[in-house]
Design a protein around this ligand. Structure first.
Ligand SMILES: C[S@@+](CC[C@H](N)C(=O)[O-])C[C@H]1O[C@@H](n2cnc3c(N)ncnc32)[C@H](O)[C@@H]1O
Length: 343
């Protein structure tokens, strides 16, 4: 009998493979910090806030925040009382004047197209074209059926691992219906209903992904329990009748104002006592790691308007939106799910 991957998890751990794929852009972000900005030489003499770093190097706060999380997670900087300091490792290996300065080693990769694309994002705050090879940025490229199909397939194969991991770590025994906002192929909604016989589901997606989701859900045999609702999560009112909302790998595509907007939309559409599940890769409260997540954040910052948020940031956005914090559970490959309840 074939393995039902929506119910069974793999025995082996693919984390090293995820680290390569997720961390793709981290090397370019570090190269920008060293070879273009000479960040560590300056910061060693000028401990500074994020705002002062942005001013000095004429870079934007969102990518600068991601850059400093990456240097901190690498043990090159620390943050004390809102001020970034260079550590011994940063001084010895990445500051000019040190006999062990690796600056020239990084300088040789300064003009790589992907490094230059990263510098452009720091300077403009505009997402680069997808993976530096597609003619459009991700959000626009997703309107083209061919790109949407390939991108949704990429998300779907990741969801086979992560969807069941979420479904098994949250208690949904008393719940009835899950709305998977921007649910891609519907893999997460299928995994939720596959693991919880009491649940029905729906995916909210815009065209052309809505059609891809319908076909994918049918191919998995879940059309009788998972619907697809065509809609724009920003422009449209969210459907009611669902006591669970799931946003998986959604908020990390957007900057803070849009994150807050989506949380408010969820709050308005959920019944009192309803639960919001937020599944992403999160930095810790102090933004000192995990390194895998700080590396992934470089990629998201480069190709979308977002980044990997910290648990502290998410908690404050949720509380501001009216939610009660219900805890956080690890799922797989450095991802976790935040549970929030509408009071
Ligand atoms: C990174 S994918 C995540 C898909 C899925 N939730 C997952 O975890 O694999 C982001 C999804 O957001 C969807 N999306 C982007 N803007 C949207 C909008 N305005 N309304 C509805 N869906 C949107 C895209 O079509 C895409 O499927």
């Amino acid at each position: 009998m074939p393995i039902n991957a929506l119910i069974n998890e793999p025995v082996s751990d693919p984390i090293s493979l995820y680290r390569y794929r997720d961390g793709l852009a981290a090397v370019d972000l570090l190269a920008v910090a060293v070879a273009h900005l000479d960040l560590f030489t300056w910061l060693a003499d000028n401990p500074s806030t994020l705002a002062a770093i942005c001013q000095k190097f004429e870079i934007h706060p969102r990518p600068a925040d991601v850059m400093m999380s990456l240097t901190t997670a690498n043990g090159l900087t620390t943050l004390t009382g809102g001020v970034f300091l260079v550590t011994l490792r940063g001084r010895e290996h990445l500051s000019s004047g040190s006999p062990w300065d690796m600056g020239p080693y990084f300088a040789s990769m300064k003009d790589r197209p992907s490094t230059l694309a990263m510098l452009e994002v720091l300077r403009t705050n505009r997402p680069a074209n997808f993976g530096s090879f597609d003619p459009q940025a991700w959000a626009q490229a997703m309107e083209r059926p061919e790109f949407a199909k390939a991108f949704t397939a990429a998300m779907d194969c990741r969801g086979v691992l992560l969807g069941p991991a979420i479904a098994r770590r949250v208690d949904l025994a008393e719940r009835n219906a899950v709305l998977d906002i921007a649910g891609g192929s519907g893999i997460y909604a299928c995994a939720m209903v596959a693991n919880h016989a009491n649940l029905r589901g729906a995916v909210l997606e815009r065209a052309p992904v809505d059609r891809i989701a319908r076909d994918s859900i049918a191919a998995k045999g879940y059309s009788d329990r998972v619907d697809v609702i065509t809609g724009d999560m920003f422009a449209d009112t969210w459907p009611t009748g669902f006591d669970v909302h799931l946003m998986s790998n959604v908020l990390h595509d957007w900057d803070e104002p849009k994150v807050r907007e989506l949380l408010k939309k969820s709050y308005d559409a959920l019944p009192v006592g309803g639960v919001l599940l937020l599944h992403h890769a999160y930095l810790n409260v102090e933004k000192t790691g995990p390194l895998h997540v700080a590396e992934f954040s470089a990629l998201l910052m480069q190709i979308t308007e977002g980044k990997c948020y910290s648990l502290g940031e998410m908690r404050s956005y949720l509380v501001d939106a009216g939610f009660q914090w219900g805890g956080v559970k690890s799922t797989a490959v450095s991802r976790s799910v935040i549970i929030a309840i509408k009071e």
